[in-house]
Design a protein around this ligand. Structure first.
Ligand code: ZN
Length: 315
C-alpha cells in the first residue's frame, strides 16, 4: 500500500500522520501550535514532525499533504494569514526542497471535504458541504463531484460569512458579524458575553459570563446541568449555525451536510442534532441530511493524507 504524510495545521494543534492511499492512519503525532513562533521555527517544527512520524519510511512516502487553516495562496504554497495563530506569509515550499518530496497544499476545510467525500459520510454523494466547527469555522464544498477551490484556494471561507448584518461581534480577522465570531470555540465566549447583557433572570452561568471571559466548553457544561442562560446561548448558536447552513444549502444545493470540528464532535447532542429542523425551516432549496462527521476531528488530517494521491483539479 502506498503511503504519504499528512499535516493538519489548525488554530491550536498541528496533527501529523503517516497514512495510506485508502485513508488508514498508521502513526500520528499531535503537537501544540506555538502562538508566538516565527516562520523559520514553524518550518523546523513541521520538518521534525514529518521525519519523526515517517521514521524508516520517509524514503518510500509518495508525498506530503498539508491542510492549513487561514487565508492561503495555494499557487505559492503560502499561508497568507491565519487568524488564530501568529502565522503571516508562511511558505511551506522549503519543505519540498529539504525533504525532496512533492507537496499538496489545501485549506483545512477543503481537505476535510475531500476526506468526507472519499472516506466518510459523503461516499456515494456528488454534492456535499462539510462544515468544521472548531476554534474557528471552516469548510469545503463538492458540487457535481468536483471539489471547489477558488482562485487562491480560499473558496468556502464560510466562517467569515456575514450572518449578523448589525455586526455586534468582531471577528479575529477584523471583520464584523462573521459566523465564526459567534458560534466557534473562540466565538461562543463572545456570544455568551453579548447575550448576558440582555438576559432576564439570574443563573450561575450568567454570573460567570458577566464576571469573566468564559470558555466554549463551559457553555456546554452549564447547559448540560440545565442552566437556563447557558441553554439560551446554545439555542441562539444553533439558530445562527442554521442560518449560515441554510445560506450554504441555497448556494450549493447539497444532498448532505456533514459537521465536524472539535466543538461539534464533542457536543453532537447540542450542536448537530438540533440543526435538521432549523435548516429545513430556513432554506429555500430542498434541505439535505445533516450528520456529524464519522471522521470526527480527523477529517482535515485524513484529507491531507489522501490529497497526495490525486485531486480532481490542477494548481
Ligand atoms: Zn472573520
Amino acid at each position: 500500500m502506498k503511503r504519504s504524510v499528512g499535516i493538519d495545521m489548525g488554530g491550536t494543534w498541528i496533527r501529523v500522520a503517516l497514512g495510506t492511499e485508502d485513508g488508514v492512519i498508521l502513526k500520528k503525532i499531535t503537537a501544540p501550535v506555538d502562538p508566538l513562533a516565527d516562520n523559520a521555527s514553524i518550518l523546523n517544527q513541521l520538518e521534525t514532525l514529518i521525519i519523526e512520524v515517517s521514521g524508516d519510511s520517509l524514503k518510500e512516502i509518495k508525498g506530503i499533504g498539508i491542510a492549513a487553516a487561514g487565508k492561503l495562496d495555494i499557487k505559492r504554497s503560502t499561508i497568507i494569514f491565519s487568524p488564530h495563530t501568529s502565522i503571516r506569509s508562511l511558505s511551506v515550499e522549503p519543505l519540498h526542497e529539504s525533504l525532496k518530496k512533492p507537496l499538496t497544499f489545501l485549506n483545512d476545510g477543503v481537505a476535510a471535504a475531500l476526506a468526507e467525500l472519499r472516506l466518510g459520510a459523503g461516499r456515494g454523494h456528488d454534492n456535499i458541504v462539510y462544515v468544521g466547527i472548531g476554534t474557528g469555522i471552516g469548510g469545503g464544498i463538492v458540487v457535481d463531484g468536483h471539489l471547489l477551490i477558488g482562485k487562491e484556494g480560499n473558496a468556502h471561507e464560510m466562517g467569515h460569512m456575514i450572518i449578523d448584518a448589525g455586526g455586534a461581534i468582531e471577528c479575529d480577522c477584523g471583520g464584523r458579524g462573521h459566523w465564526e465570531a459567534y458560534t466557534s470555540g473562540s466565538g461562543l465566549p463572545r456570544l455568551s458575553r453579548l447575550l448576558a447583557q440582555s438576559f432576564v433572570g439570574r443563573t450561575p452561568f450568567l454570573e460567570r459570563s458577566l464576571r469573566a471571559k468564559v470558555e466554549a466548553r463551559e457553555v456546554f457544561e452549564y447547559a448540560r446541568k440545565g442552566d437556563n442562560f447557558a441553554l439560551s446561548v446554545v439555542r441562539e448558536a444553533t439558530r445562527l449555525n442554521a442560518i449560515a447552513m441554510a445560506n450554504l444549502v441555497n448556494l450549493y444545493d447539497p444532498s448532505l451536510i456533514s459537521v465536524g470540528g472539535g466543538v461539534a464532535i464533542k457536543n453532537v447532542d447540542f450542536v448537530v442534532s438540533p440543526l435538521q429542523s432549523y435548516v429545513e425551516r430556513f432554506s429555500f432549496n430542498t434541505p439535505p441530511k445533516i450528520v456529524p462527521s464519522p471522521l470526527g476531528e480527523e477529517a482535515p488530517l485524513l484529507g491531507s493524507v489522501v490529497s497526495v494521491f490525486g485531486l480532481d483539479f490542477n494548481i
